[in-house]
Each structure stands twice: as C-alpha cells, then as structure tokens.
Design a protein around this ligand. Structure first.
Ligand code: CA2
Length: 147
C-alpha cells in the first residue's frame, strides 16, 4: 500500500493557539485527523510528524527511505534557510511536495526564498489546512502516473 509521510517543522505545534489571523484556528492535531480521514478514503497509509529541530527533520527524511513513497513537507521557517533539508531531500530521492498554510509569496520578502522548492516536485501554499489534502492528492496523482 502506498505510504506517505507528512513532516512538519518548527512552531507548527503552535497552530490554532496563536496568530489565528495568519494561520487559522485549526490545530495540527485537527489537520492530522483530516489527513488520516483523507488517506483512509484513498486507501493509502499516512504518518504524521512534527519537530522543532532541524536535525530531527533530517533524520526523519533519511529514515523515510524504503518506507515512504512520498513526503509532504511543511518545513516552516527552515524552508527559507536550510540547505541541509534541501540536500536531504535530494539524497533520499523520494518525491516531495513543499507545503505552506499561508501564501508565502504575499508575505515578507524573506519568505519568497525557498531551498526546498529547488528539489521539490511542486509547491502548494495559501490554502490553509486544506492544502494538506490538496498535497496528498497531488502526490498520489504523481505516483499513479510514474508507477
Ligand atoms: O505558512 C506556512 O505553513 C509556513 O511554513 C509557516 C511557518 C513560516 O515560517 C513559513 O514562512 C510559512 C511558521 C509556522 C509558525 O506557526 C505558528 C503557528 C501558530 C502561532 C505562531 C506560529
């Protein structure tokens, strides 16, 4: 069965508790439940993880090799800074979608830069929590066509 890893970076554990005007009122637990429902309907398995630590995110990407067919990565602020995450994604060669709740291009200039986008299959941003399910469908569509 197809297995997808949802990986969330720094501060995303705070979702739903602060800055609701930017990030909404949905918690990461709510998003996880939404993704698990969507996965069950599509007959795929998903795992959901969050870390505030760059090294832990790198370890999770390395460990995904051989276990997951695809990764959906909301790397949070590390998106804009981490060459290490970019290198990890290219080294495991697992199709990865870059995901953001907010439309990073409508925000501060420093959020327009992404190291992840250089190695990602594609980028989904600006659709809030719904983006997680959009990313799942985009990734499954890709996996279907590439075998
Ligand atoms: O829009 C996204 O999903 C981001 O990845 C969120 C990151 C931000 O640094 C990226 O530029 C875009 C920040 C996550 C912070 O999440 C919070 C949630 C609630 C309260 C405070 C921060």
């Amino acid at each position: 069965m197809t297995a997808i890893l949802f990986l969330n970076g720094p501060n995303l554990n705070l979702l739903g508790t602060r800055q609701p005007e930017v990030y909404g009122r949905t918690t990461l637990k709510d998003i996880e439940a939404m993704c698990r429902d969507a996965a069950a309907q599509r007959n795929v398995t998903v795992e959901f993880a969050q870390s505030n630590h760059e090294g832990a995110l790198l370890d999770a990407i390395h460990a995904a090799r051989g276990t997951y067919d695809g990764i959906i990565l909301n790397a949070g602020a590390y998106t804009h800074t981490s060459v290490a995450l970019m290198d990890a994604i290219s080294s495991v060669a697992i199709p990865t979608i870059e995901l953001h709740l907010s439309n990073v291009h409508a925000r501060e200039a420093f959020r327009h830069q992404s190291y992840i986008a250089r190695v990602a299959l594609g980028v989904i941003c600006g659709f809030g929590a719904r983006g997680y399910v959009l990313a799942l469908d985009a990734l499954l569509g890709h996996l279907e066509t590439t075998g």
